[in-house]
Design a protein around this ligand. Structure first.
Ligand code: 5AD
Ligand code: SF4
Length: 444
């Protein structure tokens, strides 16, 4: 058995793709290893979203070169850097054998065979999305309690800072039949919670069971009927695509978790316009109100970019104000990074790095305070916890709350793979502590 080491950078879709690549290579004799030094083949599944993410790949390639100097090793670069840079990667790092984009990785087995036969390099960066999903293996390795499932890929929004429309291509939705089949297989392998993935997941318009395009809400309704599937989530959404039926689903679909990642990026109308986000700050606030009236206990999270070209102190203050108005459960914030080929990269009014640093710190302080307040507000609450694995202490199990928080519970190790109600009675830096409700309490 040959050994495969896969290193994943970036988003959850890369996590999904990495698992699919490992499954594709299993039938041709590759088993997983966590140690690059032991591997016969290494796949770096890369991210191009910010400069830092992309640069990490080249430092890892430097490390791999040293291993390869001593013995045979096949090196593949997959993911969004592969898509964006293509043959440039081999020019800069000749130790790379294979470059394969996110829509062509189903061709990995033939690419491996080709370089074994002919030597040299293999490169695939086409966009045959339809073909990819058909070509992926149907049954993979044993799954855990939670799983990702890609339902939509690509993006047609063209936010002016973002590489995704170029690296992942145009929007494409898988059919309901194909998704339901994959979901059922996951549940049969023990999965209880599925997160539907898409770069613009709420723009999902896949062919439904009646041959008509179905919305994400209809897809979620269909999947919620699968026996044994307890929880559904979806990510990432664009505010413009939060359709009425999807908002309503947050009130009506009991499997849908009260947790929504809804990136806004900025609270300034001028910056939102320059980013081509196609909505104003006010529209976002109204949307949040509507979502909260459908599901009052929903927790919201977001992404923010500070130091977008032309961002003034006033624009940044508008972002802070929006954060104060919304009250997030948690959020990610990033310094704007100039990405090659995107419109904003060419803008004249780039913001100096020290200004970006100061703004990032101020925003993070506010978001951290909100995150802490949300966590504290969980104490004393009853929540369903889906148990995923044993904890460090004997008898302890660790699961997830509806809000994706890790919850440690004593005397729950017999409940792994199941859901149970707990009372939250402690807050740790990165998790919560809960106590199982006794049967008697559950009756009330
Ligand atoms: N610079 C900084 N952050 C970016 N993001 C996307 N592109 C850039 C960029 N050029 C952030 C956005 C997006 C998240 C996944 O990454 O906030 O929502
Ligand atoms: Fe990028 Fe905007 Fe598309 Fe999100 S919606 S992937 S930020 S272009």
């Amino acid at each position: 058995m040959k050994k495969l080491y896969v290193k994943t950078y970036g988003c959850q879709m890369n996590v999904y793709d990495s698992a699919r690549m490992a499954e594709l290579l299993a039938p041709i004799g590759y088993g997983p290893t966590d140690v690059a030094e032991e591997a016969d083949m290494v796949i770096l599944n890369t991210c191009h979203i910010r400069e830092k993410a992309a640069e990490k790949v080249y430092s890892e390639l430097g490390r791999l070169k040293k291993i390869k100097d001593g013995r045979p090793l096949t090196i593949a670069v997959a993911g969004c850097v592969a898509q964006a840079e293509g043959a440039e990667i081999v020019a800069r790092a000749p130790q790379v054998d294979i470059v394969v984009g996110p829509q062509s990785y189903h061709r990995l087995p033939e690419m491996i065979a080709k370089i074994a036969r002919e030597g040299g390099h293999a490169l695939e960066t086409e966009f045959p999305a339809l073909e990819k999903f058909d070509a992926l293996p149907k049954d993979g390795s044993p799954a855990g309690v939670t799983a990702f499932l890609t339902v939509q890929e690509g993006c047609d929004k063209f936010c002016t800072f973002c590489v995704v429309p170029y690296t992942r291509g145009a929007e494409y939705s898988r059919t309901v039949l194909q998704i339901e089949d994959e979901a059922r297989r996951l549940v049969a392998r023990g999965v209880r919670e599925i997160t539907l993935l898409g770069q613009n997941v709420n723009a999902y318009r896949g062919e439904g069971l009646d041959g008509q395009p179905w919305s994400l809400a209809r897809l979620l309704d269909r999947l919620a009927r699968i026996d044994g599937l307890a929880r559904l989530r979806y990510t990432t959404s664009h505010p413009r695509d939060m359709a009425d039926d999807l908002i309503a689903a947050h009130g009506d679909n009991p499997a849908l978790m009260p947790y929504l990642h809804l990136p806004v990026q900025s609270g300034s109308d001028a910056i939102l316009d320059a980013m081509n986000r196609q909505h104003r700050a006010e529209d976002y606030l109204r949307l949040v109100e509507r979502i909260r009236s459908a599901r009052p206990d929903i927790a919201l999270t977001s992404d923010f970019i500070v130091g977008f070209p032309g961002e003034s102190d006033k624009d940044f203050e508008a972002t802070l104000q929006l954060v104060r108005d919304v009250r997030y459960a948690s959020a990610f914030s990033f310094k704007y990074s100039q990405r090659p080929g995107t419109p904003a990269a060419a803008a004249r009014k780039q913001i100096p790095d020290d200004v970006k640093d100061t703004r990032l710190q101020a925003l993070n302080a506010l978001l951290l305070a909100q995150q802490d307040a949300f966590k504290q507000s969980c104490t004393g609450r009853r929540m369903d916890v889906l148990f995923e694995k044993p904890g460090r202490k004997a008898g302890q199990a660790v699961g997830r709350s509806p809000y994706l928080q890790s919850v440690h519970v004593d005397g729950a190790d017999h409940l792994i793979g199941q859901m149970a109600q707990v009372t939250i009675d402690g807050v740790y830096p990165n998790s919560l502590k809960g106590t199982l409700l006794r049967q008697k309490e559950l009756a009330h």
